[in-house]
Design a binder for this molecule. Sequence first.
Ligand code: ATP
Ligand code: ATP
Ligand code: MG
Ligand code: MG
Lengths: 256, 256
Amino acid sequence: MGRVIAIVNQKGGVGKTTTAVNLSAGLALGGHSVLLIDADAQCSATSGYGIRLTGEDPSTYDVILGNATPSDAARTTMLPSLRVIGASRDLVGAEIELVGVEQRERRLRQALATVRDQYEFILIDCPPSLGLVTLNALTSCDSLLIPLQCEYYALEGLTALLETVSLVRDSLNPDLAIEGLLLTMYDGRNTLCRQVAEDVKGHFHDKVFRTVIPRNVRLSESPSHGLPALLYDPASRGALAYGELAREVAGEAIDD
Amino acid sequence: MGRVIAIVNQKGGVGKTTTAVNLSAGLALGGHSVLLIDADAQCSATSGYGIRLTGEDPSTYDVILGNATPSDAARTTMLPSLRVIGASRDLVGAEIELVGVEQRERRLRQALATVRDQYEFILIDCPPSLGLVTLNALTSCDSLLIPLQCEYYALEGLTALLETVSLVRDSLNPDLAIEGLLLTMYDGRNTLCRQVAEDVKGHFHDKVFRTVIPRNVRLSESPSHGLPALLYDPASRGALAYGELAREVAGEAIDD
Ligand SMILES: Nc1ncnc2c1ncn2[C@@H]1O[C@H](COP(=O)(O)OP(=O)(O)OP(=O)(O)O)[C@@H](O)[C@H]1O
Ligand SMILES: Nc1ncnc2c1ncn2[C@@H]1O[C@H](COP(=O)(O)OP(=O)(O)OP(=O)(O)O)[C@@H](O)[C@H]1O
Ligand SMILES: [Mg+2]
Ligand SMILES: [Mg+2]
């Protein structure tokens, strides 16, 4: 039975897509079968794998609105055990179109029921908002992974996100758990960054992943080559960190 | 007659709020009367000025839904010629509540008609999405300022934004102009950053502000003190750059 993990944070630019692309690659390189769903109209995770959808291709929008099944929409990638459901710009419209629809928060959950046991991991990259598309992801998943930049505005946004999570748990998805908080773009030379990291660890304890993702230029270069950093520059600090995160998420031993 | 400038980019984390807070401060310190409207449910620009709204305080949500006038909602700040209309979390709900409302994209424009000539500049900080709240900002403004991080994913998002702008120009706001593209978090040592900056200047020419905002830790520290960098550390490279941007936006001579 696949674990569905939503990668969520309404704060923008904290590393959601970078985590979705590189964690999915790390899990696939580790031998696990993975489905990555790009639920962001920006289509970043789709382009992070070098995929460009045409108007005819089934997308996440079609899966949520029920026009295509996840199996139709899942595309192969350069990694044998990874498939990707790409996003398209019409997801912007979904936020409005879903308002009047029956079971509007449960559409993705219903759609994913047909593929849950074909993958060990299903990851969902979310847009920087708490709208109906993100609510669909929070209603479909078993747990959520929260990338967190060690910055003041990012820390401020955490309370709103955790409140939304408990609302979803009460009404739409009672078993929703927190997979963990992931510190991203960490730079130990920066005092504010160190302080925020200490605050988060002091407050969330073992809910914070032991793996910390450093700021590493290879992570921001790799999408322009349509490759995860684990394939673009496997020895880079960014790629190594996401490899370690994949082992931690999969429950395998990580190096201390 | 005040110039209304929306600070927009659906790509997250590109420096919209940092620009809204520090450009409004720069204009106010330059002697101009300024109104800053925080239209993002994350309330970052509100907290960037050390403002915390209580449930009783009128907010941007109330102004858009017509429950309060901009004059009721505008609060004083530590800068004499700057007022701020703060955001609150209920803006998240506005994206859904506005769907069924008459003239749903023009609400903010209608509300601002009452205060336009009381300020020389009205700045609107937008959320990282192209939903109904951002559409309200695009329909209200004379021009838009697009902060752009020199990164691959940020560049990709530009096409979608410019297409939305031309749609808004055709149907809702015929005079909508581009104030300019602002390069943010610029780090000349980073090859990708230099390449993206060259691409953008090569493509958009004089639509790119001459002022470039460097990556500068003081800009990310100042919000934790509830102050713009121009007051927190006026001699810092980040504060000086935003001072220069304010002169450029106001049409005053800038240093070469
Ligand atoms: N550890 C890192 N080191 C250096 N750059 C990074 C790192 N993680 C992400 N980036 C870069 O920072 C920017 C923001 O990251 P990303 O787009 O993954 O965030 P996001 O949360 O998905 O953004 P959005 O809210 O727009 O969806 C991107 O340009 C990305 O390449
Ligand atoms: N020039 C800069 N140098 C260093 N840090 C910066 C700079 N500009 C912004 N930051 C920091 O980068 C992060 C993202 O900036 P900011 O929050 O202003 O972006 P945004 O576009 O408003 O994000 P969102 O899409 O979530 O609204 C913040 O933590 C901010 O403090
Ligand atoms: Mg993203
Ligand atoms: Mg912002």
